[in-house]
Design a protein around this ligand. Sequence first.
Ligand SMILES: O=C(O)Cc1cc(O)ccc1O
Ligand SMILES: [Fe+2]
Length: 451
Amino acid sequence: MTKQDIPTGASAATQPESAIQANYMSGFGNGFETEALPGALPLGRNSPQKCAYGLYAEQLSGSPFTAPRTTNERSWLYRIRPTVAHWGDFRKVDAGLWRTAPAVEAEPPIGPMRWDPLPVPTEPLSFREGVRTITTAGDGGAQAGMGAHVYLITRSMEHEYFYNADGEMLFVPQQGDLRLWTEFGIIDIEPGEIAVIPRGVKLRIELRDGPARGYLCENYGGAFTLPERGPIGANCLANPRDFLTPVAAYEDVDAPGRMYVKWGGAIWAADIAHSPLDVVAWHGNYAPYKYDLRRYSPVGPVLYDHADPSIFTVLTSPSETPGTANVDFVVFSDRWMVAENTFRPPWYHMNVMSEFMGLVYGQYDAKPQGFVPGGCSLHNSMLPHGPDFEAFEKASNVELKPHKLEGTMAFMFETRFPQRVTAFAAESSALQRSYGAYGHQLHKHFNPRQR
Ligand SMILES: O=C(O)Cc1cc(O)ccc1O
Ligand SMILES: [Fe+2]
């Protein structure tokens, strides 16, 4: 990109909030550059003696300085005030129902668990107040594992800002559109889309069209990246050009506000006197992004059998062990089922990885009833699971014409670590207490006299 082509963004100082458009640049992990005022980005250097417009230069490092190029992530931010000037007298505040691994609160049952959608309450809840942790895995302090949460939001953050030092946040909206006003620019997301906010990126979350509910994966480990495609080649699955990163947009707001930081498993708050979303220009490869899951191009068996669900990986957070993800984000979206002489839904299985699932819309083929949009399920490490009675009987007897699964969007956060349920999730009235017995309905068909 040449200097002339640098995308420019919005300034909240000059436009009414409602008129501000979210604009994006395409690509995954690119070295982006964007400025909301012409010439705000220094040319050919990161740290000039004086920055244009009296801005401060600040580097945000998402990886160690010395990480190999493929995993080295940092951005340079040119901002009205450096982050230290947005710092206040922090004190711990009530973390509500947000938990961080290790959270040893409830004994996880040795069996599958499933929850109805958590109702969206009428009381005012900002994003930070509305996070309900369902499971935690690994150890946040060791930068390994994840938290799987449901968020319920009934009010926008106003002069309130938040960043998460404990993990990267993957938002999966299920109901209601969100505007993520980040330091790097504005991201609008709706159900069917996702957004990833890297560790340390400040933001304010606004509602767009009423209350919102969705899922949140808090990834304590290595940053989400695209999975290798191996023999699939250069195309399909999630294509890099469909990932969108916002152009620079800034607020020049001097007004009392509050900064919240999730750090060390606790939530801290301080009063501040100005908006920290004051980045006028930035460049680098450490930045938030969004992706429309409906753009995902699934690859699967075109003759027979059911492939492992890893074929539907959108993003992966690798661990130090090759092929052993800290977290995989996997999506089960619209696709044709064509396999011949095949039991087409997921097979019965046990897995060393642990599987947290959610449903954005539609129906999931292994669990046609009971697993409903907004609900979630947990199939923990090495515990048996598979299609329920209804799914088994149907898939074993149906005529195997090409059949399209349509209007469906289920997903999985799959981690190498066993998941612990929180006390909230274990005691919730949304817990389907009889789910653990679904396997008992699968009765014996065995007849040694009939092949
Ligand atoms: O358990 C699940 O429903 C998720 C899943 C789907 C699939 O197609 C194969 C394996 C698997 O774990
Ligand atoms: Fe599974």
